[in-house]
Design a protein around this ligand. Structure first.
Ligand SMILES: [Zn+2]
Ligand SMILES: [Zn+2]
Length: 283
């Protein structure tokens, strides 16, 4: 995770990349140095259902700072900073995500911890993160194919092969190249519960292929990761939806047939689109 920092006792920031430059400063002209309250999450959950050690810290609104460059004078200053949503950014861009047995805790890139209040939130978040990262990966693959697929470095990055095995260093099961399930140990009182939840099977319907499955958390994650990354072909339902949309667009009464001599091709355009198209040939 490059160029991301965790705002910390402003004006200091901790680099998410970790350890190389632990303390960075906000430039004195930066809006966040002038108004540090902008970086504080506003709606902290103070409710009773929250575990006591997390009270006042939980929020789905935490933010990180992304920066464009570093100005290194006698001190390192962050230049061109902007706020980004923490959960989405961290789960999307970290190189590794480790979970406990119930997936209620995630540790990203070995040190940034994310905790969830309940199992449903945890499982929904994990589902979307697997889906988003698979989509991203597939789009990259598509680009690679278009570019001729000869870029060895990118190919290596996208290649995977360690799925479903025990992680040699961390323990736990490696679900895909970034996600390692059940390698975080729970606190002592929670460990029995963790063992219980990790082997418990539940009814689950895969949001992508709609398979009805009875699975443990590990099996669910494995299926989701496989399903999302391999089936780049759209499902029948998605295809039908796409066809419907195209049909709707074609049926638009404002569109009429237009034949362009220069392209030697027929289109269905609205009046504005015809004008735009004609213009595109002039310039
Ligand atoms: Zn599936
Ligand atoms: Zn044309």
């Amino acid at each position: 995770m490059q160029n991301l920092v965790l705002p910390h006792n402003t004006p200091f920031c901790v680099n998410i990349e970790g350890y190389t430059k632990p303390f960075l400063l906000l430039h004195p002209t930066c809006v966040f140095a002038l108004r540090p309250e902008l970086l504080r999450s506003t709606e902290m959950k103070e409710d009773e259902t929250c575990p006591s050690d997390l009270r006042g810290k939980l929020s789905n609104n935490h933010q990180l700072l992304a920066y464009v460059s570093l100005l290194e004078t006698n001190k390192p200053y962050l230049i061109n900073t902007m706020r980004v949503p923490a959960l989405q950014t961290v789960t999307m861009f970290s190189n590794s995500i480790d979970t406990d047995a119930a997936c209620m805790r995630l540790v990203c890139d070995g040190w940034l911890e994310i905790r969830f209040v309940d199992e449903e939130t945890a499982s929904n978040t994990l589902s979307s993160l697997i889906q988003l990262r698979a989509t991203w990966q597939n789009l990259l693959k598509l680009r690679l194919k278009e570019a001729g697929g000869k870029n060895k470095i990118l190919n290596d990055v996208l290649k995977s092969g360690s799925e479903g095995k025990v992680h040699s260093v961390k323990g736990g099961i490696q679900i895909n190249h970034y996600l390692t399930y059940n390698c975080l140990l729970d606190e002592s009182e929670a460990s029995i519960w963790g063992e219980y939840t990790s082997s418990m099977q539940k009814h689950w319907v895969c949001p992508r292929c709609e398979a009805n499955l009875i699975v443990s958390i590990q099996e669910r994650l494995e299926h989701e990761s496989e399903c999302q990354s391999k089936n780049f072909e759209p499902t029948q339902q998605e295809e039908a939806q796409e066809m419907e949309e195209v049909k709707q667009a074609q049926m638009n009464p404002l569109r009429k047939h237009y034949f362009c001599d220069k392209c030697d091709q027929g289109f269905r355009f609205t009046t504005t689109e015809i004008l735009k198209h004609k213009k595109s040939h002039v310039t």
